[in-house]
Ligand binder design. Structure first.
Ligand SMILES: Nc1nc2c(ncn2[C@@H]2O[C@H](COP(=O)(O)OP(=O)(O)OP(=O)(O)O)[C@@H](O)[C@H]2O)c(=O)[nH]1
Ligand SMILES: [Mg+2]
Length: 322
């Protein structure tokens, strides 16, 4: 079957600190040298969307739009108005994207600034794939017996410790997939895209209500929510109300009494149970009073969701038949 040339596609944004290799990875994805790469941090100034097509391992073709962004510096380290506007454009790319490729450096580990950048994507309820770039430098260090590698048994040990430290720092992401890549060595580039395609499929999943409630029953029995102000948070019933981001409405006793760490606990278990790695879940809590009002036909007020809904959600990825 002929491939339709102008199908709409999904936006994937490469975000991260300056110099971590976003544009280099972008060039690998685009299979050309269109994006400027340089050892000087702050090379990319703008956030431009560029189309490219990827053939999955199942032979399907998927159209993407890649947004390469300027490295995001801490606000206190901005040296000029140009840097200020570059930073703004990078942050603006986050709500526009369907999926965030968050790039971190394999040698530096996850820094405070990485944490802040991931926080921006989480604030927008965006699904995140974490790319640990410059993996070739780690392999080289081990090969050459670099003294910095002495505290690790092997590359594998380094990788495991890196991943553990990463989740420690980025504990607030919803179990994002982590891929160790190298733009320089063209290593695992297809895996990045397969992860994005998979995530895009996951984002359209329906969570079966019966299974969701069974999970909540099990979780609240095994690990009851903490008692706050003399009363325990109680879940009566939960149901999915939307996708991109996943929205789950929870009918409960007191909507203001769900502590953040318990919210994360519920989110991480839903993500694990329904294989939604990296996809944030937004809970809309409906307390008993509101629940009653609703029964009377009153307004159903929910918790504020993300600042914007997934702006690109109508332009889903399109899978084109060969
Ligand atoms: N060894 C190694 N070097 C890399 C890799 N990826 C990028 N680099 C180098 O890292 C430097 C920065 O690369 P860029 O792609 O410009 O990084 P960036 O994140 O786009 O940087 P900004 O646009 O300044 O934010 C360049 O010198 C690249 O050659 C990699 O996988 N391995
Ligand atoms: Mg760049």
């Amino acid at each position: 079957m002929a491939v339709e040339p102008h199908k709409r596609c999904g936006y994937v944004a490469l975000v991260g600190r300056p110099n971590v290799g976003k544009s280099s990875l972008g060039n690998r994805l685009l299979q050309n040298d269109r994006l400027i790469v340089s050892a000087t941090p702050g090379t990319t100034r703008d956030a431009v969307a560029l189309p490219f097509r990827f053939k999955t391992r199942h032979g399907k073709q998927v159209d993407f739009r890649l947004i390469d962004t300027a490295g995001i510096k801490s606000q206190t380290k901005l040296a000029s108005p140009v840097e200020y506007f570059s930073r703004l454009r990078s942050l603006d790319a986050i709500p526009r994207a369907n999926i965030i490729f968050m790039v971190v450096d394999a040698l530096d580990g996850v820094t405070q600034q990485d944490k802040a950048i991931a926080g921006e994507a989480v604030k927008e309820n965006k699904p995140i794939v974490i790319l640990v770039n410059k993996w070739d430098l780690v392999l080289k260090a081990f090969k050459e017996g670099d003294p910095a590698t002495e505290m690790y048994k092997s590359e594998r040990d380094y990788r495991e410790k890196y991943e553990r430290a990463l989740f420690d720092r980025l504990f607030f992401t919803a179990g994002s997939p982590v891929i160790f890549v190298s733009a320089e060595a063209n290593f695992e580039i297809d895996r990045m895209l397969n992860a994005a395609v998979k995530m895009n499929r996951q984002l359209d999943r329906s969570i079966p209500t019966a299974k969701l409630n069974a999970l909540f029953n099990r979780l609240t029995q095994q690990t009851p929510p903490p008692i706050i102000g003399g009363r325990r948070f109680k879940i009566f019933y939960a149901t999915q109300t939307g996708n991109r981001p996943f929205r789950i409405r929870i009918f409960c006793n007191r909507e203001e009494k769900l502590p953040e760490n318990y919210r994360r606990f519920l989110e991480s278990h839903i993500v694990r149970e329904f294989e939604l790695e990296g996809c944030p879940i937004v809970f809309q809590l409906v307390g008993k009073e509101k629940h009653k009002e609703r029964g009377k036909g009153g307004p159903l007020k929910t918790r504020p969701e993300s600042r914007k809904s997934d702006s690109a959600s109508e332009t889903e990825f399109e899978t084109l038949e060969d």
